[in-house]
Design a protein around this ligand. Structure first.
Ligand code: SF4
Ligand code: SF4
Length: 270
């Protein structure tokens, strides 16, 4: 079984409600994670203290987009530099006590839960996401959207004429170009409502199914339909599908150019 939550270069907290806020930009989430990390660092490492602190933190949090998805106030930064996110109530973070019962779920649920990506992604795909994304904000968005990751890797493979392998990401220009393509997932204009692939809560609080309404736009389906869908290019999202399609093409071309560029390391003689 692959592990996606805590990897050598990447960490995720999506199922702890990380992105369940109207503004889930890197800046806003970084501020929120530091707010929690600092507050929890000041309280005793006991379940009542964490529970009380969590309740105070939850009061000051932004409203959730999906009320049915819990937002846990115990998710924060695990390192002083803010490069790794994770559960601040986990025994490895507290130094011994398991305080996860003070969070949004119970210990058994937190311990046992693995999101569907664990069943679908291969280790190679996980490694590609980890190496390309480089930071927690993009990694969490990408690793939890299997369709998006596969569509991007498939589009790059079709453009460069070769399956993308982990070794290809050892070349910084190509890694950077692939990251830029994946980063479309987090770069929509502030206020765009399609950041979850045009997911919006329906009347029952569950997401409205994803599908781009090409008929309304009076045009055929895009060759990049799955990528566009995953980044929220549906007309309902308030985003411009044609502009986003051009941007995908531009970033794919950049991937192709970086892939085809001679590898300086390969030219080095003995
Ligand atoms: S969303 Fe999946 S990868 Fe992310 S922390 Fe949860 S179980 Fe792990
Ligand atoms: S207590 Fe559970 S839901 Fe909360 S941050 Fe930890 S693992 Fe996530």
């Amino acid at each position: 079984m692959i592990r996606l939550c805590q990897r050598a270069q990447a960490s995720c907290g999506a199922c702890c409600g990380l992105y369940n806020a109207d503004d889930h930009s890197r800046g806003a989430l970084t501020d929120e994670l530091w707010r929690r990390t600092r507050a929890l660092a000041r309280v005793e490492k006991t379940e009542p203290a964490f529970r009380a602190c969590g309740a105070r933190l939850a009061e000051g949090s932004a409203e959730a987009v999906f009320p049915s998805v819990r937002v846990c106030p115990l998710l924060g930064f695990l390192d002083a530099a803010g490069t790794r996110i994770g559960c601040l109530a986990h025994p490895l973070a507290t130094g011994g006590a398991d305080l996860r019962a003070a969070g949004a779920y119970d210990v058994v649920t937190c311990e046992a839960f693995l999101c569907p990506s664990h069943a679908w992604l291969s280790e190679e795909e996980a490694q590609l996401a980890e190496a390309a994304c480089e930071d927690w904000h993009l990694y969490g968005l990408v690793v939890t959207d299997v369709d998006f990751l596969r569509a991007v890797l498939g589009a790059v493979a079709a453009t460069v004429g070769q399956r993308v392998e982990r070794r290809h990401l050892d070349r910084p220009p190509f890694r950077k170009a692939l990251r830029a393509l994946l980063a479309m997932k987090e770069e929509l204009e502030p206020g765009s409502v399609g950041l979850f692939g045009a997911f919006r809560p329906g009347r029952d609080g569950e997401p409205v199914p994803r599908r781009i309404d090409y008929e309304t736009l009076e045009r055929g389906a895009s060759a990049y339909d799955q990528i566009l869908l995953s980044i929220g290019a549906d007309p309902r999202s308030g985003n411009d599908l044609d502009l986003l399609e051009d941007e995908i093409r531009r970033r794919l071309d950049a991937c192709a150019a970086a892939f085809a560029a001679p590898d300086p390391a390969a030219r080095r003689g003995p």
